[in-house]
Write a protein that binds this ligand. Structure first.
Ligand code: TRP
Length: 336
């Protein structure tokens, strides 16, 4: 069997936050250090256009996300790190796959269905505000994956359906045109924490409850102070298992530190003190990366050069695979 190839994409909307770090970036970088797998990580900037039509935001987010992964130590010698839009084979293959993807399959995609349901509820036309980009989003995502013959795709639970659609589309192509694509599997890690945000719901840009990863120290402290707690006084025993402060603590602490904090909650640690300790724990872990981040962010040229080198490595895979897929469908030179 060939080396397992692991691939995942990050949509370039928004600024990376602690939830992205704990739930996606940290485990992805750890995985990239394994000797027995190949990792492909990319900035999904074509996907960003589906959600965001503000050019400056897409551009800035691309820069921030790239700088974040590099600052956190992603080794681009061992991992292939690239920008989707630097791989022209992707939109080309996307069309070939669009022509085998069943429309009925797309009708069932959660993101599209949610938009239709919201429109119905509001008494609008069901397809109000739905672009073809949103509708065929799963085909583009399938292309990202099939283009590199990825075996495993680490994603959150909300993305499992998309990976299944990628399998479906890949299998259909293989069935019609002969074996061309590896059929991918979703990799959902239950041990990876889904971090809570300031209000106790899942930390997510769409809830506006995030703590950005590389805030300047003072601002990080301020944000942590905004985490919702209850009215229990210093000295009152507190329940760690319903506390966002504790939940975030756990995502950064060693087992021993977690046990200590659990005890401190039982002993009635003041919220202010618990937050102060949380700030110190997080700050200590991210401060060195934050310095690298600030330096990288100010040096677009360096990031660009890294991405271009990544695109070359990616295209060493995508060019021959596109050629194979084109030949399979009958697009090939007329001699021979
Ligand atoms: N749709 C994914 C998300 O919003 C991002 C993404 C785009 C992706 N293409 C991908 C993830 C391919 C994994 C594989 O999170």
């Amino acid at each position: 069997m060939s080396t397992q190839r692991i691939l995942t994409g990050i949509t370039t909307t928004g600024t990376p936050h602690l939830g992205n770090y704990v739930g996606a970036i940290r485990p992805a970088i750890a995985e990239s250090q394994r000797q027995d797998v190949e990792t492909f990580y990319f900035l999904a900037d074509y996907h960003a256009l589906i959600k965001c039509q503000e050019p400056d935001l897409v551009h800035q987010s691309t820069r921030e996300i790239a700088a974040t992964w590099l600052a956190l130590g992603l080794d681009t010698n061992t991992s292939v790190f690239y920008r989707q839009s630097d791989v022209p084979e992707i939109p080309q293959l996307c069309w070939l796959l669009t022509c085998v993807a069943a429309k009925g399959l797309m009708n069932r995609a959660h993101a599209y269905k949610a938009a239709v349901d919201a429109n119905r509820e509001a008494g609008e036309d069901p397809d109000y505000g739905v672009s073809m980009g949103l509708f065929s989003y799963p085909v583009l995502m399938a292309t990202d994956i099939l283009m590199f013959n990825a075996h495993k795709v680490p994603v959150g639970r909300d993305q499992i359906q998309h990976i299944e659609m990628a399998r479906d589309i890949g299998a259909r192509f293989n069935h019609i045109y002969g074996d061309t694509f590896v059929l991918p599997e979703a990799q959902v890690d239950d041990k990876v924490a889904v971090l809570q945000g300031l209000d106790g719901r899942k930390m997510s840009k769409s809830y506006g409850n995030t703590i950005p990863l590389f805030l300047p120290e003072k601002k990080l402290k301020k944000h942590i102070n905004k985490i919702k707690t209850n009215l229990l006084e210093p000295g009152d025993p507190k329940d760690p298992d319903t506390s966002t402060v504790f939940q975030i603590w756990q995502a950064f602490a060693t087992d021993e530190q977690t046990a200590e904090m659990r005890q401190a909650f039982a002993d009635g640690i003041a919220w202010g003190e618990a937050k102060k300790q949380l700030f110190e724990l997080i700050n200590e872990q991210i401060a060195p990366a934050r310095e690298r981040y600030d330096a990288l962010l100010a040096d677009g040229e360096q990031i660009e050069a890294v991405l271009q080198a990544g695109a070359e490595k990616a295209r060493a895979v995508s060019r021959p695979l596109l050629a194979k897929a084109r030949a399979a469908v009958g697009i090939r030179p007329l001699h021979g």
